[in-house]
Design a binder for this molecule. Structure first.
Ligand SMILES: C[S@@+](CC[C@H](N)C(=O)[O-])C[C@H]1O[C@@H](n2cnc3c(N)ncnc32)[C@H](O)[C@@H]1O
Length: 255
């Protein structure tokens, strides 16, 4: 699948909308194909994605409002109503699950330093070939990438009013800069993408050691400064349909 290409559109400073399968469809397919032994999710909200897991799972969210059956056929489902930083300060996922984390979905606070800490904390509990999926890291216009959710100053340029990725796109840049050993693959899941990270190193302290420098360096950067098209081109965004097919999925991740 070719990378997303920029075409001049009626919406200024934007790239084509991401039109691949939604993240719920992709996660369901990944659970079915990979059959992870364990699952950890940050950002549970109503439980739409936690319910897709079949294995022993951990869900973390300070404001979860579960409106459906999330336990399903899981033998264990541990819910923590607290911010992820608080969770990792008090609990060890490996001890709770009795095993390393095979599969993680990071969809909590949409600010880059939060996602960076979530990644650091989750990687520690993973195997090398575990997969960490990041949500909302591919904004298709600067409105979506605004840091303050209530800032509506760019609403006029977006095709997704009310949508909010925050600035977690910068976490991908930080991972690329500080951890070239990671395998990072981006996919055009509607509406704001998913990013798969694998070839993890649970023993690495590179991100932790460089956390303060990375946050200080990347804090002032905006998507307009960096260049939206440049960001999308550098990610080499692939067709998310690839993840729905076990044969193609095997190219990116195995458990
Ligand atoms: C976009 S929703 C998650 C949606 C869910 N994963 C899904 O796809 O249906 C983001 C969630 O992150 C939660 N959140 C915000 N800050 C958080 C934090 N510090 N730690 C964990 N979760 C957080 C919010 O309460 C919210 O429910």
């Amino acid at each position: 699948m070719p990378s997303a290409t920029f075409t001049a559109g009626t919406v200024s400073n934007s790239v084509p909308m991401l039109a691949g399968p939604r993240h719920e469809q992709i996660l369901a397919a990944m659970h079915a194909t990979l059959q992870p032994r364990t699952y950890l999710e940050i950002g549970v909200d109503h439980g739409e994605t936690l319910r897709l897991a079949h294995c022993p799972s951990i869900g973390i969210d300070p404001d979860m409002d579960i409106s459906q059956q999330v336990i399903g056929d899981k033998t264990a489902c541990l819910l923590f109503r607290m911010p992820s930083d608080r969770f990792f300060g008090a609990f060890d996922p490996v001890t709770l699950l009795g095993d390393k984390v095979d599969f993680a979905f990071l969809d909590g606070m949409h600010l880059f330093e939060f996602l960076l800490r979530d990644f650091i904390n989750v990687e520690r509990s993973c195997r090398r070939n575990s997969v960490i999926v990041l949500h909302d890291c591919i904004p298709t216009d600067p409105y979506l990438s605004r840091r303050h959710r209530l800032d509506e100053s760019l609403r006029g340029i977006t095709r997704i009013p009310g949508g909010w990725c925050g600035d977690v796109w910068k976490t991908v840049l930080i991972l690329r800069q500080y951890r070239p050993d990671l395998r990072i693959h981006s996919f055009d899941s509607a509406l704001t993408g998913i990013v798969l990270v694998t070839n993890l190193d649970p023993g690495s302290d590179v991100l932790e050691q460089n956390y303060a420098e990375a946050v200080e360096t990347f804090a002032p950067l905006t998507l307009q400064d960096y260049g939206l098209k440049r960001y999308i081109d550098e990610l080499v965004v692939k067709d998310a349909q690839l993840l729905m097919d076990p044969v193609h999925l095997a190219q990116f991740v195995w458990l």
